[in-house]
Write a protein that binds this ligand. Structure first.
Ligand code: ZN
Ligand code: FE
Length: 254
């Protein structure tokens, strides 16, 4: 059995702790800072075995070195990010498998936000830790990759089972939903989601994890083929890539 803890840190980041009850192994995903991780480990009486980094940005690797010093954890990141991830011990690529106790974790390369961005997927638990690639009702900004690359990465993620839980690295959902509503106001699933999100945020509750099924129904970046979105963008019949590119540019300015 795995236990997943979600630690809200900085303005809107989430760090995840994945703990395997059988082996006692624990991984921290994208530790932006070290203190809340160390506090949670102490509270649960867990030892940190691994840090998993999805990409090199400061709000995902900021706690690496202190955690390594304090816990002697093993730091795993993208082979492509070897020079940019502090304290990295092991570089991984698409298709590699890691273990947390007896559980298998698959590496999915999903560049676009950065080059060499990776996701950690645990098929047995329908859990995907995808950093800044797929967000609830949004997707990451294109800092190092192209729209085409991001769309291909998102296609890889949306090919996973619909029940997959999406543990993304930021609580951006309310702002993402406002943008989604501006391009697809008649989407009933989106309208319902907005109600839920407002309620959750008003109570200071996380809207993450979401599920792949929910994202396919509401996330404009997965819905470039929606006739309503195409019409609102005056892009009827345009390619999905052209629509996706326009959506990403509009979101940047929104
Ligand atoms: Zn980032
Ligand atoms: Fe980030």
């Amino acid at each position: 059995m795995l236990e997943i803890q979600q630690l809200p840190v900085l303005n809107d980041n989430y760090i995840y702790l994945i703990h395997d009850l059988d082996s006692g192994e624990t991984a921290a995903v994208d530790p932006a800072v070290s203190e809340p991780v160390l506090a949670a480990l102490k509270l649960n009486n867990w030892q940190l075995s691994y840090v998993f980094n999805t990409h090199h940005h400061a709000d995902h690797i900021g706690g690496n070195l202190v955690l390594k010093k304090q816990t002697a954890c093993h730091i795993i990141g993208s082979e492509a990010d070897r020079q940019r991830i502090p304290g990295i011990d092991q570089g991984v690529i698409e298709g590699d498998c890691l273990n947390l106790g007896k559980h298998t974790i698959q590496i999915i390369e999903c560049s676009g936000h950065t080059q060499g961005h990776i996701a950690f997927y645990i098929p047995e638990f329908d859990a995907l830790f995808c950093g800044d690639t797929l967000f609830a009702i949004g997707c990451g900004r294109l800092f190092e990759g192209s729209a085409e690359q991001m769309q291909q990465s998102l296609r890889k993620l949306t090919a996973l089972p619909l029940a997959t839980k999406i543990y993304c690295a930021h609580e951006y959902t309310a702002a993402n939903a406002r943008f989604a509503f501006s391009v697809e106001p008649d989407n009933a699933d989106l309208q319902q989601a907005i109600g839920r999100i407002k309620h959750l945020r008003a109570n200071n509750q996380p809207t993450v994890p979401t599920t792949l099924q929910q994202e396919i129904a509401t996330n404009p970046f997965l819905r470039a083929n929606s006739p309503e979105i195409q019409e609102n963008l005056a892009m009827q019949g345009a390619t999905e890539l052209a629509v996706f590119t326009e959506l990403r540019e509009r979101k940047n300015r929104f």
